[in-house]
Design a protein around this ligand. Structure first.
Ligand code: ADP
Ligand code: MG
Ligand code: ZN
Length: 629
């Protein structure tokens, strides 16, 4: 493994430095015994020295024996004696002595010269300090790099694509809520990773690759980590997007390395996040080929084909755009098991809120079920955000615990971006929005079998939404009758019709409503068989494969004439609904105006307030209708 190799080489450097230091100090210790020049001269005259080396500064040599009488001090003799007979080396600093060489020749003592510089020492000290410096430098670098991520972060090679290894993710299925079906499907994988022998013995076929498909924030990454955590196996992860900017060939090498490591650590999980960045269909590439991505993808395919799933390596990948993946990735023996993570329904949302409020102090009035009802369409990440935001709000408000008010505000905040009360809307715009929303709300209140209005707001929010009318609940219906669909259409058109009636003009604010209304009308005709003109035949396959291999997906299974008939029928349904809403609102213009004026004043209207306003209007009308009849 990269990390170990790296650490060992660092230890080598440190050990070498240490060794050199030792050698150096040992060398110093072994330096010859220092004697005075006069002692040297006396020894020379006594014939007790040999092997002399002369430099301009000093004389070095060896004593032949220690029977030197009074020439050396007792201490010096003891010193020489400690070194043993053969190595009684000495040195003496030279004084001016031009006759020395003559004397040496006369005595017949062998001698040699040497240049002044002690080159060995010089080089040694250079190498030593350089090695020490490099060692410390590397150590510091290592520390800095290591502090950048979670425990097991490691960089394979020098590139930016990182393989993250967690020997234990500590995430379990208990941390994942609201996507029970996906969890159920992955339980088998967990079982396999826990006891691979059992599966092997029975010859069971284990999928090599599991593809998690779901909208951003639905918990794909979380779920993959939870599988590793449940199975207590190492988790190797890498993100597809990191490969894209690499040099050619590096990505492929990285993939090879990843699988190499994974095989050594089996059983384990290899997780490729954002597979779409890497595995985009090779066909859809406007700028010609992207060599690097393609090479990396090819390497991935090669690796996936080249190993036996029974070694215990499970490859998981996540994407939110399965339709753009290269078909080769989805073939049998590769990512042939697909697990879809749906947006959570109301019970799922409540469960997710419970997971995230485990460590949050909740006030007695907090009802997570109501929060869940208010957040249709939210994914796990949004709900985690709601809880966090609510806790922050409560802290800012100096509360002991988080109250329902904090949750309400947090939801409002996250629904359409931060409230921008400071944004100035022209009074005319504000009037239009107020009547538009009042139109939705009044229609919703007047029709039977419609989700009750929870809140209306004309506070401008982030991009797109100028106001909103929130109904409760707005999803989690498994069956809807035709009249319910028609009522829903009416509520959607209520905003537009109110604008027409009051201002004699229409704004762009109804675009989203009209889109949704069109979708509903189209579905009624083409899927639910709710149009007399076209009968029970459906015109669109509901169960379209998630992973279409080609553009054949958009092929129609009906004629041009039928298409025209469908269009006509959709138009008819919308026109009828429009007519109906117009009549309804004309009959209740007073309600519309009362609600709109209230909204203009207060900006926000709660469901209960709306109902009491409407009751007041009805009470005022009653005497009149009584008089009229
Ligand atoms: P994805 O990979 O699908 O974009 P993530 O797994 O990164 O989503 O989710 C982001 C965060 O949202 C998670 O760390 C978790 O806190 C929260 N979250 C998402 N889905 C769930 C879920 N089903 N249950 C609990 N928490 C969730
Ligand atoms: Mg993710
Ligand atoms: Zn609207």
């Amino acid at each position: 493994m990269g990390e170990r190799r790296w650490q060992i080489s660092l230890w080598y450097v440190l050990a070498a430095v240490f060794f050199l230091v030792l050698l150096y100090s040992y060398g110093v210790h072994e330096a010859p015994q220092e004697i005075s020049y006069s002692q040297f001269k006396a020894l020379l005259n006594a014939g007790k020295v040999t092997d002399l080396v002369l430099t301009p500064e000093e004389v070095q040599g060896r004593l032949t024996d220690l029977e030197v009488g009074q020439i050396l001090s007792a201490e010096q003799v003891a010193h020489f004696r400690r070194w043993g007979q053969r190595e009684m080396r000495f040195r003496a600093v030279r004084v001016e002595d031009p006759k020395l060489v003559e004397l040496l020749e006369a005595k017949g003592v062998p001698f040699a010269g040497r240049t002044a510089s002690t080159w060995l020492m010089n080089i040694l000290s250079w190498v030593l300090s350089a090695a020490l410096f490099i060692g410390i430098w590397l150590f510091v670098l290592r520390r800095l790099a290591g502090s950048g991520g979670p425990g097991g972060l490691m960089a394979v090679g020098r590139s930016r694509a990182k393989v993250y290894v967690e020997s234990e993710t500590k995430v379990t299925f208990a941390d994942v809520a609201g996507i029970d079906e996906a969890k159920e499907e992955l339980r088998e994988i967990v079982e396999f990773l826990r006891t691979p022998e059992r599966f092997r013995r029975l010859g069971g076929k284990i999928p090599k690759g599991v593809l998690l498909v779901g909208a951003p924030g639905t918990g794909k990454t979380l779920l993959a980590r939870a599988v590793a955590g449940e199975a207590k196996v190492p988790f190797f992860s890498i993100s597809g997007s990191e490969f894209v900017e690499l040099f050619v060939g590096v990505g492929a090498a990285r993939v090879r390395d990843l699988f190499e490591q994974a095989k050594q650590k089996a059983p384990c999980i290899v997780f490729i996040d954002e597979l779409d960045a890497l595995g985009k269909s090779r066909a859809i590439n406007p700028l010609g080929t992207h060599d690097e991505r393609e090479q990396t993808l090819n390497q991935l395919l090669v690796e996936m084909d080249g190993f036996d799933p029974n070694v215990g390596v499970i490859i998981m990948a996540a994407t939110n755009r399965p339709e753009i993946l290269d078909p080769a990735l989805l073939r049998a023996g590769r990512f042939d098991r697909h697990v879809v993570l749906d947006r959570p329904d109301v019970r799922g949302r409540e469960a997710i809120l419970r997971v995230h409020t485990r460590n949050v102090k909740l006030g007695p009035d907090v009802d997570l079920q109501v929060v869940a009802q208010r957040t249709p369409g939210f994914v796990g990440a949004d709900l985690a955000n709601v809880v966090n935001e609510a806790a922050l709000l409560a802290a800012r408000r100096n509360r002991e615990y988080v109250t329902m008010q904090d949750f309400d505000d947090a939801v409002d905040r996250i629904i359409a971006g931060l409230e921008r009360k400071s944004r100035v809307m022209s009074p005319r715009e504000k009037r239009i929005v107020a009547y538009h929303e009042a139109g939705h709300a009044v229609v919703a209140s007047l029709l039977p079998n419609v989700d009750p209005v929870r809140k209306i707001s004309i506070i401008p929010r982030g991009i797109g939404a100028l106001g909103y009318t929130q109904q409760l609940p707005t999803e989690d219906r498994y069956l809807m009758t035709r009249s319910e669909l028609e009522n829903r259409l009416a509520v959607l058109l209520g905003g537009r019709v109110a604008e027409e009636m009051v201002f004699g003009d229409v704004s762009t604010g109804a675009q989203d409503d009209l889109q949704k209304a069109t979708d509903i009308a189209l579905a009624m005709v083409s899927r639910y068989g709710m149009s007399e003109a076209l009968g029970l035949r459906t015109f669109e396959s509901e169960r379209r494969s998630l992973f279409l291999e080609s553009a054949a997906a958009s092929r129609r299974d009906y004629s041009e004439a039928k298409a025209a008939a469908i269009d006509a029928e959709v138009e008819r349904i919308l026109k009828l609904a429009h007519q109906r809403v117009r009549e309804l609102l004309q009959a209740h213009r007073r309600e519309l105006e009362t609600v709109a004026e209230w909204l203009l004043e207060k900006e926000v209207l709660e469901g209960d307030q709306l109902r009491s306003l409407l009751e007041q209007c009805a009470a005022q009308r009653e005497p009149r209708t009584a008089a009229g009849s």
